[in-house]
Design a binder for this molecule. Structure first.
Ligand code: ZN
Length: 523
């Protein structure tokens, strides 16, 4: 029963121009001269393809949503108050897990366990930082995890210790964080179903009908599988399973089992497509691998993989049919990843898989930009990171004026590299219109200051990164445009950003249509 959306301005896709109506038959777009049973008057509104968030962590967002929310806090006192208030309202919760806190509140990035002990010494407290590579905990959480003065756990890299060797309460990167996080996994699967339901409703409200969860461990994969079995998924979800140095051989055989388990569910919404590797850390903690030393530490950050092992894991995962999603933030990490991918170029050619994706790519050397183009590597960027805000400023003490050269979006796009966008939610806002606005202006709404404005791209290019290129990167067919034959995944939006870019930050999704069905409508 075809339906025509008429009296609208439909952006058909990059370079395809506009039409004044869109006709849908079932889950597909059909030609506008097809006879229809019903007509929807769009009252002159704009229609664009639905968004695909090609790098996000929706369940982490959901988990944080159900704990104390401290993202707007500007002082330690405000954080203490927010946590205490949440604990009063949730007395049944033993572990208190929330976030994300703004790391720029403490200039040296160290958050003391004592500050959270002032809130509670009877409940373990864990707060995630806004980079999601760092946690801050109270003393009880450390005691439960065996991280006490003099214990060997204090020697794990990434466990902050003071001059006496006592842990401060700040834990950086997975190995250190897992000392704590592995204590709180029990009972998470049932809590995750709430987190997933909330996250998917939120994604649809923001016009996102497909997402790529870029950091999935065994427990989280089980949460997704269980949600799929209970028909809780509402957004098409691709998963990247996390592999770690040294442990990856076992994890890769587990990954095969997880992939089989999930494909047996036959959910139209869930598929394991890729593996995720962290090649380095983040600039804000001076853990991203860089070619010039950090101003703050005089060091070069951390490469989590050496060349031989990285090449080996990429080859092994490729042979098993997994796509590669590689976290690379510093320029040295990008070089290392490209070296490894060059080393398996033949294996990649023989596989009919998703092309490898380098994600974040904050610092990029000229010759690596050329190699990315020549090796046909895809790049996934977080548009909201390329504006002068606290997240960017937290890097400045470490990288100095290199902060002005971050995110070479335009050069990548102009060189024909496939660039897709991902929010990295909850690291950054899930709202794609804010991401689009940043990509085209490189500034905060209403502000004058810009970040590396030569690297801004056009609205059409930015939309492409959030729609058709994101589809290619995540392996979604039928999402290249809104031409006949494509999937009926589109949005009716409140403003016309094609005539006024400044309307982007206030643009709202009025309706999200996925597979021809209205999945969200604003009242
Ligand atoms: Zn991420």
């Amino acid at each position: 029963m075809p339906v025509r959306y008429s009296n609208c301005k439909v952006w058909l896709g990059y370079g395809l121009g506009f039409s004044s109506s869109l006709t849908v038959d079932g889950a597909q777009i059909v030609a506008n001269d097809v006879a229809v049973d019903a007509e929807v008057d769009c009252e002159g509104k704009v229609i664009i393809p639905a968004f695909i968030d090609a790098h996000a962590h929706p369940v982490l967002a959901g988990r944080e949503m159900f704990g104390p929310e401290v993202s707007d806090c500007l002082t330690i006192l405000q954080i203490q108050t927010a946590v205490a208030t949440w604990m009063q309202a949730n007395p049944e919760s033993h572990w208190v897990v929330g976030g994300p806190y703004n790391r720029s509140i403490s200039p040296d990035g160290t958050f003391s366990a004592g500050w959270l002990d002032a809130v509670s010494t009877t409940h373990p407290i864990v707060l995630h930082a806004d980079d999601h590579h760092t946690i801050w905990v109270n003393t009880l959480a450390m005691q439960l995890a065996g991280v006490v003065p003099g214990a060997p756990e204090c020697l794990v890299p990434g466990v902050d210790v003071d001059s006496t060797g006592s842990p401060t309460g700040t834990f950086r990167e997975s190995e250190a964080k897992n000392l704590i996080l592995h204590r709180i996994d029990a009972g998470l699967v049932s809590a995750d179903s709430d987190a997933i339901s909330w996250a998917h409703a939120t994604l649809l409200e923001h016009g996102i009908t497909a997402t790529f969860d870029a950091w999935v461990d065994k427990e989280l994969a089980e949460s997704y599988a269980s949600a799929a079995e209970h028909a809780l998924l509402r957004v098409n979800t691709k998963l990247a399973l996390w592999l770690e140095p040294e442990k990856w051989r076992n994890q890769l055989s587990e990954a095969q089992q997880i992939r089989s388990r999930i494909s047996a569910i036959k959910s139209e919404f869930l598929e394991v497509t890729s593996v995720k590797l962290f090649v380095d850390g983040v600039l804000g903690s001076a853990t991203a691998a860089v070619t010039e030393p950090y101003l703050s530490t005089g060091e070069y950050g951390t490469k989590f993989w050496n060349y031989a092992e990285l090449k080996e894991v990429c080859r092994a995962a490729t042979a098993l049919g997994f796509g590669l999603h590689l976290h690379t933030i510093g320029d040295a990490a990008v070089s290392l990843a490209l070296d490894a991918l060059e080393g398996i170029a033949q294996d990649l050619r023989e596989q009919n898989l998703l092309s490898p994706v380098l994600v974040h790519v904050e610092l990029l050397r000229d010759d690596d930009l050329t190699r990315i183009r020549e090796q046909k590597i895809r790049v996934n960027l977080q548009p909201l990171w390329s504006r002068p805000d606290d997240l960017l400023n937290s890097c400045r003490v470490h990288v100095g004026d290199r902060a002005d050269r971050l995110y070479r979006t335009r050069e990548l796009v102009d060189n024909g590299v496939s660039v897709a966008f991902g929010s990295d939610w909850p690291v950054s806002s899930v709202n794609p219109f804010l991401g689009l606005y940043t990509a085209v202006t490189r500034r905060l709404p209403g502000a004058d200051e810009t970040q590396n404005p030569d690297q801004s791209i056009s609205l059409e290019q930015a939309l492409m990164a959030y729609t058709s290129e994101a589809a290619k990167q995540t392996g979604l067919a039928g999402r290249e445009s809104l031409l006949p034959g494509m999937k009926a995944d589109f949005l009716i939006i409140s403003e016309d950003p094609f005539t006024d870019l400044e309307a982007l930050p206030r643009t709202k999704v009025l309706q999200t249509i996925s597979g021809g069905q209205t999945r969200f409508a604003r009242h």
